[in-house]
Design a protein around this ligand. Sequence first.
Ligand code: ZN
Length: 149
Amino acid sequence: MSSLIPDDELVSRFAGHQLDHDSAAHYRGRLERRLLISRCRECATWHHPPMPVCPACWSSDVEPTEVAGTGTIYLAVFLHQGPPAPGVDYTTPYPVATVELDEQPGLRFTSTVVGAANDDIAIGRRVSLDWIDRAGAPLPVFRLDGAAR
Ligand code: ZN
């Protein structure tokens, strides 16, 4: 992994996130705007969130691996209220989308969708990964395919 930053700096960059030994590599990837998902080197199964062993074969040889960032909206909810967070506007309301990544059926990553009206954010829509800055750190988000930037 390139550009290793100290653990304490990583934690401070992602204040409020659940950082631990298993997820540290994922968050280091975010600083480089790379979406790293754990993949087993024994059986090639992906899993998220990061765990110390592969859920398919129990191998501990799991490696954070960059995904393409393309996928399909599996679930979308719209938050009318929630904890105050920088860049989050609940009056719109705020979309939260779980995206099934193309790498593997059932491999899902949850974030928000930007650049789209809530009415257009629907289950089954194709999306692609993009990055925004939030609270001083890159945040992986999704944009609808075919939407204007
Ligand atoms: Zn495995």
